[in-house]
Design a protein around this ligand. Sequence first.
Ligand code: PEP
Length: 251
Amino acid sequence: MRTKLIAGNWKMNNDLNESKVLIAKLAKSLKDLELNCEVVICPPYTSLSESATAIVGTKIKLGAQNLHQEESGAYTGEVSAKMLLSTGCEYVIIGHSERRTIFKENDELINKKIDRALKNNLKPIFCVGELLEERENNITEKVIESQVLGGLNGFSENELADLIIAYEPVWAIGTGKTATPEQAEDVHKFIRDLLEKRFSKEFAEKLLILYGGSVKPENSKELLSQKNIDGALVGGACLKAESFVGIIQSA
Ligand code: PEP
């Protein structure tokens, strides 16, 4: 049985004070709920440390949105896995489509980042997803296969015990367009089958595959009830406590 996970990617939103206010609202709403899922928030770097303090005693866990692939050194402006761990992070998003498109991250770099995260006991939330043009050209599976295998190149299944994958069709991110539950389920099943072929059935069955792309309380229940959808990576709707909690409740 896979326990569902709902993660909120705050992106470049919320200063320190806004972060504390949002966490306080979330914690209050979650306090009396009986949760059947894990809840993770991924605030910007500047709010991580204070967020770690603010979530003590709550049901919320902490993640970051990115990390640098090297352990330490002369990389001005970058943040290492060890630094994230020291703030209290347990998770880190890697290979988000905004990192791939705006910051030109490729599979090779993402592979190194996954490695760095795992070596520092951070759980990677490894994102993959096709562009609209790729879906329209019927090459979704080809794109997903090359992103998944590229990102996981060289790892053994034991090394990937803490891995989480997020399928996020790029055309659905921040656009208000959501993949239908069937479209999402098809790709999730494809990823699970691919992992079974690459690693083993046991590994594929255990791995969490989250869906991301305009998830909101109105569509989360149907998405999350699909057999191979094990949770959600939420952007826009995680910035308001009410909508994030709505999604959590539907899990
Ligand atoms: C995301 O950025 O990971 C995301 C899924 O965003 P949104 O929910 O806003 O589409």
